[in-house]
Design a binder for this molecule. Structure first.
Ligand code: 6GU
Length: 244
């Protein structure tokens, strides 16, 4: 998969060179490219923002550097398929695990990091000519720019790509892969500061272990995320119980 990130703070994305995502980039599984938006300015101050038409607080990102940067990124991709352009914005659709699965299937993702009050809307309109455009938020709060949101999304998407995670089994049982939150986990020692690992996990009864974990998942989800309980598909839970 090719990933392009366009930002006025390319160094902000440096952490993507670490850990599993960084390793995948070294191994050639991910082709990660960070572009400095200011490289597409022509004035001596490398200006990328200006005051908003209609008035109001803050600054708006000017269209021409973005137009140039998007054209340059588009030119590096195969002409036959439109890359996906993700525009991080608190005004986007909220990112979730299903979006991560869908985006992990793509050949080329481009992230356009806005700062200030956002990017001139005509850039987003123009981008539809060459990209599948998706405005995405990572949650209902406001960040100063899209860079941190891009790190969140690249990590969520990147780890789903074959070869990025050593043990693909670990992708199967995790939170949000099936609506229920993950069950609590324990390791040695069995007794620690007076606290015991649940008895059922110490015995070798796989059926009882599976039931216990499933009960814990339901308790935890009801407690922490009651909004998810309404999405539970009882039939698929019953099927899983029978298979356990
Ligand atoms: Cl994707 N960008 C910004 N600037 N703020 C956000 C966000 C994104 N998601 C939540 N808040």
């Amino acid at each position: 998969m090719r990933l392009d990130v366009i930002s006025i703070f390319p160094e902000y994305l440096n952490p993507l060179q670490l850990s599993l995502i960084g390793r995948a980039a070294e191994d050639g599984i991910l082709d990660l490219n960070v572009t400095n938006l200011r490289d597409f300015t022509t004035d001596k101050h490398r200006k990328v923002d200006d005051t908003p038409y209609g008035g109001g607080a803050g600054m708006v990102m000017m269209p021409e550097p973005w137009g140039q940067a998007l054209d340059a990124v588009r030119a590096k991709a195969p002409a036959d398929k439109k890359p996906v352009l993700i525009v991080p914005s608190p005004a986007g659709a909220v990112f979730n695990q299903q979006m991560a699965y869908d985006l992990a299937e793509e050949e080329h993702l481009v992230f356009a990091c806005g700062r200030y009050e956002g990017i001139d809307e005509r850039v987003i309109e123009y981008a539809h000519e060459n990209f599948t455009v998706i405005p995405v938020s990572i949650g209902d709060y406001v960040l100063n720019g899209g860079e941190v949101a891009v790190m969140v999304m690249v990590e969520a998407i990147g780890r789903l790509i074959p070869g990025v995670i050593g043990n693909p089994e670990s992708l199967v049982e995790e939170s949000h892969s099936d609506v229920l939150l993950e069950y609590p986990v324990y390791t040695k020692p069995a007794s620690w500061r007076g606290r015991e690992v649940p008895e059922v996990l110490l015995g070798g009864n796989h059926h009882r272990v599976a039931r216990h974990r499933r009960d814990e998942q339901i308790k935890r989800t009801a407690d922490r995320r009651p909004d998810l309980i309404t999405q539970l598909d009882v039939e698929s839970l019953n099927r899983r119980d029978r298979d356990a």
